[in-house]
Design a protein around this ligand. Structure first.
Ligand code: URA
Length: 285
């Protein structure tokens, strides 16, 4: 079945080459993707206009996306070891959103507070059914106080759009919540240090507990380390459903890595499709 123009546009927005069957193909017909499983409807159809919902919607088996479902495959669920002891059960663990936001804004728990312009709390629907966890703010994020607003953020937005999701205002099924492992920018975008991650962990944990997403998408190794407590490389962890506090976790490459290694985008697309499958399953679909 040939792809619709919309599907092609979405995949091309992610930087994926679009393959068409020979019968309808133009000159680009030879640029086949690695697997045919990429040729599916955008899994989640975004409605034109919906009010923002801050109420967690109960499982709704009838809420299925229009179009072909993603094929069901058996995916092993891998439980993460329990979180290492730390501050995760400290005062942050009982904060509501305003208290948590204020705690992050005033945080001085590590040296990053001295060099930051802004803390980067997170963005999106506080009752989102999808939560994206990235690494740490970069220069633009530090300036604007919002995660993923630079080049990697543009790719992330395209990836989300390809599966019918957005960071912009929408209902909880379509508007994600995006957060980072660190709420402050490491100088010169260096990697987060273990002690910085340890200090910031309770904030991320509390965000997850408050959002209660159906699916967590961990992007890149630091997000994976924080959620799954493993140092295994992304390549070994992808393709499985992991768990963090009972929430399914799908791991994938960080958008900044995909910008450097565009040939890996096809794998990221497969990861997104797996996440959609897990999401649908959580709805009873
Ligand atoms: N990379 C991340 O992981 N997070 C951001 O907010 C920006 C870039």
């Amino acid at each position: 079945m040939p792809w619709t123009e919309r599907q092609q546009a979405l995949l091309q927005g992610m930087g994926l080459k679009v393959w068409s069957p020979a019968s309808t193909a133009g000159p680009e017909a030879s640029t086949a993707p690695a697997t045919r499983s990429e040729a599916v409807e955008p899994p989640l159809e975004r409605p034109a206009e919906r009010p923002v919902s801050v109420v967690k919607t109960p499982p709704a088996p009838s809420r299925r996306a229009a179009g072909s479902p993603v094929a069901d495959v058996a995916v092993p669920v891998v439980a993460a070891p329990s979180a290492p002891a730390g501050r995760a059960d400290g005062p942050v663990a009982t904060m509501d959103w305003p208290a948590l936001r204020a705690a992050v804004a005033g945080c001085q728990a590590c040296a990053l507070c001295e060099s930051r312009k802004n803390t980067v709390f997170g963005v999106g629907n506080p009752a989102a059914e999808w939560m994206i966890v990235g690494e740490a703010p970069g220069e633009q994020e530090d300036k604007q106080g919002e995660p993923f607003v630079g080049a990697a953020g543009q790719l992330l937005d395209a990836m989300l759009k390809a599966i019918g999701l957005t960071r912009s205002e929408a209902d909880a099924a379509h508007q994600v919540f995006i957060a980072n492992t660190l709420k402050c920018r490491p100088p010169r975008n260096r990697n987060p240090l273990p002690e910085e991650l340890a200090q910031c962990t309770p904030y991320l944990q509390r965000q997850i507990a408050l959002v209660q997403p159906r699916v967590l998408l961990a992007m890149g190794r630091f997000a994976i380390q924080q959620l799954l407590h493993t140092e295994e490389p992304v390549g070994r962890l992808r393709g499985k459903v992991h768990e963090h506090q009972g929430i399914p976790v799908i791991v994938t490459y960080h958008p900044a890595y995909l910008l450097r290694q565009p040939t890996e985008k096809a794998k990221a697309w497969q990861d997104l499709l797996l996440a959609v499958q897990v999401y649908r399953r959580s709805q009873g679909g």
